[in-house]
Design a protein around this ligand. Structure first.
Ligand code: PMP
Ligand code: GLN
Length: 380
């Protein structure tokens, strides 16, 4: 394989989903919903297929999706974007992350990010020949540690890769925390790549796009995905927006990764982005209830949990049920309790961080969560 990827192996999501299938355990590991999103969104995809939109769409994205992304950013955040030059549709947020890191970073550049981090960040930074510098978010409050963040910056910092709301912790970065990140990015003349795929999955706290902070629009590329918002993770429709020259550079990479994205799903996601704000709020409200259902059950099972303000993930500390190694614990959990979780340690560089932490996904039907919770009582 590629020498830069030697350290990575198979993703934890693939390993744990395979284990779920092999053991018949309830899969609260990999984050994907087990219910369909809005039926109008699904119907729009069917209509696009039946309407013959089955050949290569335009490279930057279909016109109605580009327009819908621009409208969405204006409606929810007051961000003004030119659909023709400041937005690029990608194959999920994953491609946006990869294409942006490859476009912006040269070998030797440094990328500042927070750990635990979403696994594609480290692999993508490695593929670009760049070096990651991290600041640790620690259980249970996952507060930003100013000293370690400052220490992660240097004269080689090219990019800050920020994820808010944050996977796997469920943390939603506060205005104060974002101000500090923005200030450090400006001081070091760095770009910010803001992965905001969980932008609509927040529970009573605001999601603040860092691009809306003073002086940040000109140095921020913002990423999102239809997969999380509309429960269509298998459609892989993502996008990235920001200053035209940077978007042109990302487009230059994207054209040789995938050329274009999938055609009929783009108008369907455009339909979703145009839905009334109440639809977005109801989905988040439903998830908040599921979060509480799972948290109560985890606590009953003797696990200490960090209550997330966003995403559909919750982190528990398996040390509270005697674990010393989260990865070993997660490899045993399906046979021990019939549930699959994800070990957080694989998202850390710091070996002292997250050793016994495990992540559960709660984007599941209530009956599935109740069943999982009942099974987890076997732990006590
Ligand atoms: N970023 C984060 C933080 C995620 O959790 C995910 C979903 N696993 C992605 C990016 C990738 O999104 P997509 O499926 O749209 O590629
Ligand atoms: N984003 C989802 C998660 O964090 C799925 C990731 C994946 O399968 N690559 O679980």
């Amino acid at each position: 394989g590629h020498p830069a990827l030697a350290a990575f192996g198979t993703t934890i999501f693939a390993e744990m989903s395979a284990l779920a299938i092999e053991t018949g355990a309830i899969n609260l590991g990999q984050g994907f919903p087990d219910s369909d999103g809005p039926s109008v969104v699904l119907a729009a995809a069917v209509a696009a297929i039946e309407g013959g939109r089955n050949q290569y769409p335009p490279g930057p994205g279909t016109p109605e999706l580009l327009a819908a992304i621009a409208d969405h950013q204006r409606r929810f955040y007051g961000i003004d974007l030119d659909p023709a030059s400041e937005i690029l549709v990608t194959v999920g947020a994953t491609e946006a992350i990869a294409a942006a890191v490859l476009a912006l970073c040269q070998p030797g550049d440094e990328v500042v990010t927070f750990e635990p981090y979403y696994d594609s960040y480290a692999a993508t930074i490695a593929l670009a020949g760049a070096t990651r510098r991290t600041s640790v978010l620690r259980f249970p409050d996952f507060a930003l540690d100013e000293a370690s963040l400052r220490a992660a910056f240097s004269e080689r910092t090219r990019l800050v890769l920020l994820n808010t709301p944050h996977n796997p912790t469920g943390k939603v970065f506060s205005r104060t925390e974002l101000d500090l990140i923005a200030q450090l990015a400006r001081e070091h003349d760095a770009w910010v790549l803001a992965d905001e795929v969980y932008e609509h999955l927040t529970f009573g706290v605001p999601h603040i796009p860092i691009a809306t902070l003073p002086g940040m629009a000109e140095r921020t590329l913002t990423i999102s995905s239809g997969g999380k918002t509309f429960s269509t993770t298998g459609w892989k429709v993502g996008w990235i927006s920001g200053p035209a020259p940077a978007i042109a550079a990302v487009r230059g990479v994207k054209q040789f990764l995938t050329f274009v994205g999938s055609g009929p799903f783009q108008p369907a996601i455009a339909t979703g982005l145009g839905l009334p704000a109440t639809v977005f709020a109801e989905f988040a409200g439903d998830l908040a209830r599921k979060r509480d259902l799972l948290i109560d059950g985890l606590q009953d099972a003797g696990l200490a949990v960090a209550v997330p303000d966003g995403t559909y993930f919750v982190i528990a500390d398996a040390a509270s049920v005697g674990a010393t190694d989260g990865l070993a614990f997660c490899r045993e959990l399906p046979r021990r309790a019939g549930v699959v979780a994800i070990p957080v340690s694989v998202f850390h560089d710091d070996e002292t961080a997250g050793r016994t932490l495990i992540r559960f996904a709660f984007c599941k039907q209530d009956a599935v969560l109740r069943d999982a919770v009942a099974r987890l009582r076997a732990l006590t």
